[in-house]
Write a protein that binds this ligand. Structure first.
Ligand SMILES: [Zn+2]
Ligand SMILES: [Zn+2]
Length: 61
């Protein structure tokens, strides 16, 4: 077992404001266009901020 495994990319950030959402009650869903993982923090979700897919640029509410 290794505790220094850096290959696991567990860093997630809000697509709208860019903050680190690890440990937050953030919304997580798949892009309807390309199925990329999209994360959005509770604050942006509450404000209904538009999200933009980092992969295909799809924008949605
Ligand atoms: Zn946000
Ligand atoms: Zn996409």
């Amino acid at each position: 077992m290794s505790e220094s495994d850096t290959s696991e990319r567990s860093v997630r950030s809000c697509v709208s404001c860019g903050i680190n959402i690890v440990g937050m009650s953030a919304a997580s869903f798949d892009c309807p266009e390309c199925d990329a993982r999209i994360n959005r923090c509770a604050k942006c979700r509450k404000q209904s901020t538009l999200y933009e897919c980092p992969d295909c640029g799809f924008r949605g509410p």
